[in-house]
Write a protein that binds this ligand. Structure first.
Ligand code: IMP
Length: 456
């Protein structure tokens, strides 16, 4: 401890909360990519910390749509680095494909870097993902998770298993790489031969080795110690922006398990998935759609299986960016939103896709649940309990107008303002951005709409 009156010899720079994060508050596909793209200017690096190619971010710039799975959305803003952190599981085949497509679209990808500690999604992980889902549903009659089939779960399982996992840095170490692949195959082969007898290439040791060495050669200059790099940025006083993939209710610890993804997709995963301590993050922007969607299996209390759901799906183009699957649609669940806001320590909310609700006579908001005849206002991520809750709704008037041209809160119809204010009130955090269309420009920036809390 420094003596009283003396200045501390240690720079306080190391704890300044100079970083921001963008995180999904629902079951994914909230439009995080667009918000990251908007917030990117002024940040030295945009950092992915979880998930893999299961994520699908689409950003529209100047009418041109860019589909991203592994590369952070910040790549569309020149001048900042795009970092794939250690917590991500990387399918190098997909990464290379994305880099090629982006470069062909005129995007500068020279600053895309990937952690040497990020784990590699190998072809046998994808085969196992598909085989497990098929076996659960068809042979065992047990509810499958409805994964994206991108090998995410098996790759994270291999990471925790340790002895047979391949990390990005291993792609540059031939002998070590060969050993890891051999170890993995010793355990994968019996499983895949039983459950996916048609899979052969993913079990061919020589082919896997040659393929992986080829990835290493192509990605060599991008594979670095990203944790050290991020700390160098922080020491230089730079700001970083963390980009969450998937979303809070899919978080492996805090989501609706087992119908979740395999990483900490909430903001709680940032520190472990990047090496940057959490007290560095002062601004956490939670992204919520103006309604609810979900892809894959699992409970969804406010699900709509009627014409209103179909209408929202079509207007919102609610089909998976990664798999093309139609998304399940529901009324906005404020009970779940409040849970996600608290869990992440959200400092502000971006409400996206509000325009999609235009033209509906009335709008419903789920304000509490009924469980076994009892009214509760707290969320439970326990899938079995959540499956049995009955949503209690508040009904608000709808708005007929097309919101696509609105650029300020004042220009919004009063019914839309009332809808937003009710959400802000329930979530307990200010809504500072409102999406009224897919384009970068179709965003209303507002300090807050109803006067809950304060920004900044
Ligand atoms: P996995 O991440 O492919 O293992 O899939 C697990 C569950 O998470 C499935 O229900 C997927 O549909 C869902 N999921 C994973 N990533 C996303 C995403 O980015 N958006 C929406 N759903 C996702």
């Amino acid at each position: 401890m420094p003596a009283s009156g003396q200045q501390s010899p240690v720079s306080t720079n190391h704890v300044k909360p100079s970083c921001s994060a963008v995180v999904g508050l629902q079951w994914g596909d909230e439009g995080k990519g667009k918000v990251v793209d908007l917030l990117a200017p002024g940040h030295a690096a945009i950092v992915r910390y979880n998930g893999g190619a299961n994520a699908g971010h689409s950003v529209v710039v100047g009418g041109k749509r860019f589909a991203l799975h592994l590369v952070p959305s910040g790549v569309l803003r020149p001048g900042s680095r795009s970092i794939i952190g250690n917590g991500v599981v990387v399918d190098p085949e997909q990464l290379l494909k994305e880099l090629t497509t982006l470069s062909e679209q005129g995007i500068d990808c020279s600053q895309v870097l990937v952690s040497d500690r990020a784990h590699v999604v190998m072809p046998y992980h994808k085969a196992e993902d598909a085989a497990r889902e098929r076996a659960l549903a068809e042979s065992l009659g047990i509810s499958a998770v409805g994964t994206t089939g991108r090998g995410i779960g098996p790759a994270y399982a291999e990471k925790v298993q340790r002895s047979s996992a391949v990390r990005m840095g291993d792609l540059l170490r031939p002998d070590w790489l060969r050993e890891r692949i051999r170890a993995a195959l010793a355990f994968k082969r019996p499983v895949l031969e039983r459950w996916a007898p048609d899979v052969t290439d993913a079990l061919d040791e020589e082919l896997l080795y040659e393929t992986a060495i080829g990835w290493g050669e192509k990605l060599r200059d991008r594979i670095v110690d990203t944790t050290r790099l991020l700390h160098e940025h922080l020491d230089a006083g730079d700001r970083l922006l963390f980009e969450g993939a998937n979303a809070t209710l899919l978080d492996v610890d805090h989501g609706t398990y087992p119908f979740v993804t395999s990483s900490n997709a909430s903001a709680l995963g940032i520190a472990a998935g990047s090496g940057v301590p959490s007290q560095r993050i002062g601004r956490i922007v939670g992204i919520a759609k103006a309604y609810q969607t979900r892809v894959g299996a699992g409970p969804m209390p406010t699900e709509l299986t009627d014409a209103i759901g179909d209408r929202i799906r079509e207007r919102g183009r609610e089909y998976g960016t990664t798999t093309g699957r139609p998304r399940r649609i529901g009324w906005l669940d404020l009970v779940a939103l409040r849970y996600s806001t608290q869990l992440n320590g959200v400092t502000e909310i971006a409400l996206t896709l509000l325009d999609v609700l235009g033209g509906l006579d009335e709008l419903k908001l789920c304000t509490s649940y009924e469980i076994n005849g009892e009214r509760v206002s707290h969320f439970t991520p326990d899938a079995c309990t959540l499956e049995s809750v009955m949503p209690i709704y508040q009904t608000l008037p709808g708005f007929a107008e097309d919101l696509g041209e609105c650029r300020s809160v004042d220009e919004l119809p009063s019914a839309a303002k009332a809808y937003i204010a009710r959400i802000e009130d329930a979530a307990g955090a200010p809504i500072t951005m409102i999406g009224v269309g897919p384009d970068r420009e179709q965003t209303i920036l507002a300090d807050q709409v109803s006067g809950v809390g304060s920004v900044g």
